[in-house]
Design a protein around this ligand. Structure first.
Ligand SMILES: Nc1nc2c(c(=O)[nH]1)N[C@H]1C(S)=C(S)[C@@H](COP(=O)(O)OP(=O)(O)OC[C@H]3O[C@@H](n4cnc5c(=O)[nH]c(N)nc54)[C@H](O)[C@@H]3O)O[C@H]1N2
Ligand SMILES: Nc1nc2c(c(=O)[nH]1)N[C@H]1C(S)=C(S)[C@@H](COP(=O)(O)OP(=O)(O)OC[C@H]3O[C@@H](n4cnc5c(=O)[nH]c(N)nc54)[C@H](O)[C@@H]3O)O[C@H]1N2
Ligand SMILES: [Mo]
Length: 711
């Protein structure tokens, strides 16, 4: 039976509820003020226990995004050369017909695998987000797009160690006695968690930040530990070494609730703090102090950022870090454990979203990091080249590595490119057809979170701006144009909501789409944060039911979760993985390129979204690269100089910010700015590699060697 949701008066006035759509752990609940069908402002919901009444520099003026004069409001057809950004409005019917005829032409000439979807998380809504186009492209038999931008490697590692468990309620951090924030710039990227950390800190907890950069979050910590990028695995292995050799374990917890302590103890032999000092640049005594304090102060918490996975050994780094809470019994109490992404608590029916069974067996898979190669014919293998591309929920020109090749590919006159967008992004500039995409205030969706334990219903507050449609509606229209008749292509959004979750699951007990329409959001049916310690007595969802230092899932364990692969229905025998954590060093410096490049998130943008909007551009300022004073002096670079940062992939031109807030040997250039904002028309992904990390095909954005010179 389909849930009937009460109608919203889209042309009226009053206050409406919404949930922030962005790919961010905070998933904020918002109240929207509407005047005669026009949204005039958004505010953070003061009753939502995680949002607590505040939004952020990105979303505070969301209505400026919704009504921006730059919004794409009708379908557009290219009217100039490729990439010229010249378009003319066309009707929906004409645009759909043109897309269908081109897709059919490519399928007839080259086969369906010559079409590739490219998408990520413009919205993270359950309906309109990651998997919204999967049924359509699975049915088509198009090349499967592997999307491992974010947390794929960390998730693979985490599940190998702990199983798919939420593990920690982020709100329980108020009870922590020791908090290690490891590769996460919380004040910029997970702002709404900070008040919980600050409360713990006021209560006497020590807050430690492990990061090559002394950023906004590190500045508020009690102890900032600068580290060489990509060497966190060495730090974690040395912490394990100190904890086991000095007898700092919670022996009863280890005995009853973990597997593999003997093997782990043997593995960390020789991984002394002195050894780790040479890898990480952190003094051995500091490593000892960190391990001792972390073990002694219970409950202790580790918050890893997604950035922890983005280097050659990112997966094994997460494997090593995940041993720590089990060793010291941190799981025993609320406020202890490892906080990664508690998404696992939400009973999402990923299979129903992706419909992998619609696609032919053994359809070709291309990882999006290889988009540039795929478009320029440098793929290898014997499948067809890519002749049509459809981009939605993503801006690959800015977010994908190997930017120059991506641009060269998009510039191909023979490539038919469709983009669904709110704005003419650096990618949409290269489209043949652009479809206008709705904003969150114009669409219906159910929102999970990867940073708290509340589910939310986002109902539309205003009518569509121009002819914009939600992604679900776009794919209904495209499916009709292609003649696809399966039920999933005619389901209404309400029907999709029913199918998207296991509403009978215990976590949703007492919660239905109808109750959410009343309340806007609800805490999953779990113990309250001050009683939430799901692993106080073990009970991990692993093969052994214990925390696995020695992983039973290691044979064939290097898999990519199906949700990142259009719901893979093929058996995916992954490569075998060492069942014990180990250290994989980052790419070393070499003569030509002596500096490590990292490209974390911008404070004022969300990935590349908002990179075109005035308020956020003002906050972000001109794109810059942070350089340590000694590295700057070696290269005769002064603060504010224009510099060329280059390697074998390409170069970017940015302003140098010379500051001791970045570790020596490291260059930090945030991602997110659009090409037009930069001097060389290239952004940092022009010098980022396409290589995978060791697990889950995670990216290696923070494992890049570069050199810098004055431009
Ligand atoms: N303002 C803002 N917020 C965002 C986003 C955004 O674009 N802007 N994006 C959202 C998304 S999609 C994500 S995935 C999250 C990501 O949020 P985070 O996980 O916080 O990711 P980053 O900002 O990439 O990097 C965090 C920190 O890791 C550090 N770092 C880089 N390499 C290393 C390393 O090898 N070791 C250590 N210890 N530290 C390292 C960087 O210096 C940086 O301070 O943020 C979300 N929130
Ligand atoms: N160098 C470097 N590169 C990175 C990262 C890094 O740290 N460093 N981080 C990586 C990470 S963690 C992530 S998550 C990815 C993010 O990569 P993306 O998910 O591609 O992020 P955005 O750049 O925000 O692009 C999303 C686009 O979707 C559009 N959009 C928003 N809502 C909708 C909608 O409802 N429908 C449609 N059709 N479009 C919509 C927005 O306007 C925007 O242009 O970037 C990755 N790239
Ligand atoms: Mo991300």
């Amino acid at each position: 039976m389909t849930t009937e949701l009460p109608l919203v008066d889209l042309t009226g006035s009053g206050t409406r509820r919404a949930i922030c759509p962005h790919d961010c752990p905070d998933g904020c609940a918002m109240t929207v003020t509407v005047q005669d069908g026009v949204a005039t402002s958004v505010r953070g919901d003061s009753e939502h226990p995680f949002t607590r009444g505040g939004l952020c520099v990105k979303v505070n003026n969301y209505t400026d995004r919704v009504y921006s004069p730059e919004r794409v409001t009708t379908p557009l057809r290219r009217s100039g050369p490729k990439g010229s950004g010249r378009f003319e409005p066309v009707s929906w019917d004409d645009a759909l017909a043109e897309v269908a005829s081109n897709f059919n032409r490519v399928i007839a000439e080259h086969g369906a695998e010559a079409i590739m979807p490219v998408s990520y998380l413009g919205t993270q809504g359950t309906l309109n987000g990651l998997n919204v186009g999967d049924p359509f492209f699975n049915k088509m038999g198009a090349t499967v797009s592997e999307r491992t931008y974010c947390d794929s490697g960390a998730s693979t590692a985490y599940v190998m160690s702990l199983g798919p468990t939420a593990g920690v309620d982020p709100e329980s951090l108020v009870h922590s006695k020791y908090i290690i924030i490891w590769a996460c710039n919380m004040i910029s990227t997970n702002l709404h968690l900070w008040p919980f950390v600050a409360e713990a800190q006021r209560g006497g907890a020590k807050v430690v930040v492990v990061d090559p950069v002394r950023h906004k979050t590190a500045a508020r910590a009690d102890w900032h530990i600068p580290i060489r990028p990509g060497t966190d695995g060495a730090l974690a292995m040395a912490m394990i070494n100190v904890i086991v050799t000095e007898g700092l374990t919670d022996a009863a917890y280890v005995r009853d609730h973990t597997v593999g302590i003997d093997e782990l103890t043997e593995r960390v032999e020789g991984h002394t703090p002195e050894w780790a000092e040479t890898e990480t640049g952190i003094p051995a005594d500091d490593i000892r102090t960190l391990a001792r304090e972390y073990a002694a102060a219970q409950p202790s918490m580790i918050r890893i950022g997604v950035a922890i996975e983005r280097h050659s050994g990112g997966g094994q780094t997460v494997r090593a870090i995940s041993c720590l809470p089990g060793l010291v019994g941190a799981w025993r109490k609320p406020g202890g454990g490892l906080l990664a992404l508690p998404l696992w608590a939400f009973p999402v029916n990923w299979d129903a979203l992706s419909r992998a069974e619609l696609r032919p067996q053994n359809t070709r898979v291309i990882n999006q990091f290889h988009l540039g190669k795929a478009l320029t014919g440098d793929l290898g293998g014997d499948g067809p080249g890519i002749h049509a591309l459809m981009v939605y929920n993503s801006n690959p020109v800015v977010v994908c590595p190997d930017q120059e090749r991506v641009l060269a590919g998009l510039a191909r006159e023979d490539l038919f490119t469709v983009v669904s967008e709110q704005f003419l992004t650096d990618t949409a500039q290269y489209a043949d057809i652009v479809f206008p995409a709705a904003s969150q205030l114009e669409q219906l969706d159910v929102m999970f979170s990867w940073g708290h334990l509340y589910i939310g219903l986002n109902r539309p507050s205003i009518p569509p701006v121009g002819e914009a449609v939600s992604n679900t509606e776009l794919f209904r229209r495209l499916a009709a144009a292609m003649g696809y008749t399966e039920d999933c292509f005619t389901m209404t959004d309400e029907q999709m909501i029913d199918a998207a979750y296991d509403w009978a699951a215990p976590a949703l007990d007492g919660i239905t789409p109808a109750t959410l329409a009343e309340t806007g959001w609800a805490r999953l049916n779990l113990p309250a944060a001050d009683a939430y310690a799901p692993h106080s007595e073990g009970g991990f969802p692993t093969p052994s039911g214990k925390q696995e230092f020695l992983s039973a899932a290691a044979a064939g364990g290097n898999f990519v979760l199906p949700l990142f692969r259009q719901g893979s229905n093929e058996s995916q025998p992954g490569e075998d993985v060492d069942p014990l954590p180990h250290y994989i060093p980052p790419r070393g410096p070499h003569e030509a390129h002596r500096l490590s490049l990292i490209s974390p998130k911008s404070h004022a943008f969300i990935n590349s979204s908002y990179g075109n909007l005035p308020a956020q551009k003002r906050v972000a300022g001109e794109p810059s690269a942070w350089l340590h004073p000694v590295d700057a002096e070696d290269r005769e670079v002064g603060d504010g100089d224009l510099v060329r940062i280059y390697n074998e992939l390409g170069e970017i031109l940015v302003k140098a910010k010379v500051t001791a807030d970045v570790t020596r040997g490291v260059v930090m250039a945030s991602m997110g700015a659009w090409r037009a904002q930069t001097k060389g028309q290239n952004t940092v992904n022009a010098i980022n590699p396409t290589g995978f990390a060791d697990l889950g095909h995670a990216p290696t954005f923070n494992d890049t060697r570069v050199e810098v010179e004055r431009a």
